[in-house]
Design a protein around this ligand. Structure first.
Ligand code: 4AD
Ligand code: MG
Length: 476
């Protein structure tokens, strides 16, 4: 019977012959194969009867080789495992030349593993991250489905710039060497595949709003693309975003939802990914020990996760935050790269992290931001200068969620669109929503990789997505 390592470790069927397939992690003393098949972080110890195994076969049991092993499951005498397989037959499915295979059983740097991203999934760290990521993804669908949301697929190719930030990747079939031009010498997009300018979506929000205004509560979970030239540990050019959108929700209800949602899915991985989390917790603790005392994190990974799940997020207005920041030590001592002098300043990641890590020491939801530093679709407050926007800020990460109550008043929205110099013709359908049965509605976007970074304690976002796309890098 073919079984996975995870199944075998749960099993106590000590008589029957079993078949297991996987990759050799190590082969010790011509006798002990540590076999991993990805089903769990644990390896299966397989004991080879080397006296009765041909020499040339033993030589081919190398780190990285794919093998099929038949044998009897037995209680293990050795340390470190409860069961092992006493091998009766080993077949090499795919050889791996030990001189050339990059993933040796030793510690590799993350930089080295990024260059070998096609093989790094065969390490404990990356398989743990990706199993946790998969569990989180399931928890997202589970949470929304159980709470009355419908999953909605927003288009990936679009003509609109939802965020109005102009950070879009063009989609075109025009030949860059022979672009057709109109009589004014401008590129003639009539000749392009879609007959108009198109780009990869930066957010599924605008389309999600149309569906919320019919299905009530929807969520997208798909890839989004941003051509921002940000070489940081928190930015990708291609990342996945989760965007719930709810009819008849105001900003308060939306903040409640964001908090409950994040806590719920983190709780899910705490409950279901114990082994992988323990491994990463350990890894992080070792890494922290190499840092100077004053830079070490006060909490372990598991403590951080439990802290977020068990404590309320602190809700603060932008205006309150500015007062705190203006009076803060790093501002007075000119330690911030961007000093906070007046109301209206856009907050940088250093400010967000100060609020979360130094001042409040817990996740923070900032809301009611100045209108002119936020997108056109956010609902204007009665003060005429702030909008019903909210950002959820996390320790070590900074902004993890951005959301808002949407402007549902036709006239106010149109005025905003014009003032921000956005082509209103492109948004005719979006404006239509405000003409036919408009209603209060809200939503937010959660950057999935940033959440995975938090859940796994990884410092660089490039290590929580299989093949990161960043400026000057689209290998694999
Ligand atoms: O704050 P953002 O830009 O909000 C929106 O796109 C809204 N339309 C969402 C909505 O209301 N439906 O992006 C949302 C989140 C950020 O908080 C961040 O977590 C993540 O997306 N994000 C990125 N993650 C990785 N790399 C990037 N370049 C990111 N840009 C944003
Ligand atoms: Mg944002």
């Amino acid at each position: 019977m073919q079984m996975t390592v995870a199944e075998l470790l749960q099993s106590n069927n000590f008589k029957q012959e079993v078949l297991v397939k996987g990759w050799v992690r190590t082969f010790r003393a011509n006798r002990f194969v540590a076999l991993n098949d990805g089903s769990t972080i644990k390896n299966m110890q397989c004991v080879v009867d080397f006296e009765n195994t041909p020499e040339d076969l033993l030589k081919r049991i190398t780190t990285g080789a794919a093998v099929a092993i038949k044998g009897i499951l037995a209680e293990s005498q050795g340390k470190g495992q409860t069961v092992e397989i006493q091998v009766s037959e080993i077949e090499i499915l795919g050889d791996s030349n030990p001189e050339e295979y990059p993933i040796q059983p030793k510690k590799h740097s993350f930089e080295f593993l990024r260059e070998n991203a096609h093989l790094r999934i065969r390490t404990n760290t990356f398989s743990a991250i990706m199993r946790i990521k998969s569990a989180l993804s399931f928890a997202v669908h589970k949470y929304f489905t159980e709470n009355g949301f419908y999953n909605f697929h927003a288009p990936i190719i679009t003509g609109s710039d939802a965020e109005g930030a102009g950070e879009m990747f063009r989609v075109t079939t025009l030949d860059p060497d022979k672009v057709p031009r109109d009589e004014h010498g401008k590129v003639d997009y009539n000749e392009d595949f879609f007959g108009k300018e198109t780009n990869l979506t930066v957010s599924g929000q605008l389309e999600a709003e149309t569906y919320a205004m019919g299905l009530g509560k929807v969520f997208t979970f798909g890839p989004t693309f941003r051509a921002e030239n940000s070489n940081t540990t928190r930015h990708l050019a291609e990342f996945w975003m989760i965007e719930p959108e709810m009819a008849f929700y105001d900003l308060n209800a939306t903040m409640d939802l964001a908090e409950d949602f994040i806590k719920n899915i983190l709780k899910y991985v705490l409950d279901h990914c114990e082994e992988d989390l323990n491994f990463l917790d350990n890894r992080l603790t070792q890494e922290e020990k190499t840092k100077p005392q004053n830079e070490r994190s006060a909490m372990s990974l598991l403590e951080k996760l439990r802290f977020v799940v068990d404590n309320n997020f602190k809700r603060v207005t932008y205006t309150e935050a500015i007062t705190i920041l203006r009076n803060s030590k790093p501002n007075k001592k000119k330690k911030f790269q961007f000093l906070i002098n007046e109301w209206g300043a856009d907050l940088q990641s250093e400010h967000e992290r100060y609020l979360v890590e130094k001042h409040f020491k817990c996740p923070v939801i900032l809301f009611d931001y100045p209108a002119n530093i936020k997108a056109f679709y956010m609902r204007l407050n009665d003060d005429g200068k702030t909008v019903r926007a909210m950002d959820v800020l996390f320790p070590g990460i900074g902004e993890i969620v951005g959301g808002s109550q949407r402007e549902e008043r036709y006239d106010v929205l149109l005025e905003k669109i014009k003032a921000m110099d956005i082509d209103e013709k492109e948004l005719w359908w979006y404006l239509d929503l405000r003409k036919f049965g408009t209603a209060e509605h809200s939503g937010f976007g959660l950057g999935f990789e940033r959440l995975v970074q938090f859940a796994t304690g990884m410092g660089n976002i490039r290590d929580v997505i299989p093949y990161p796309r960043t400026p000057q890098n689209a290998e694999f």
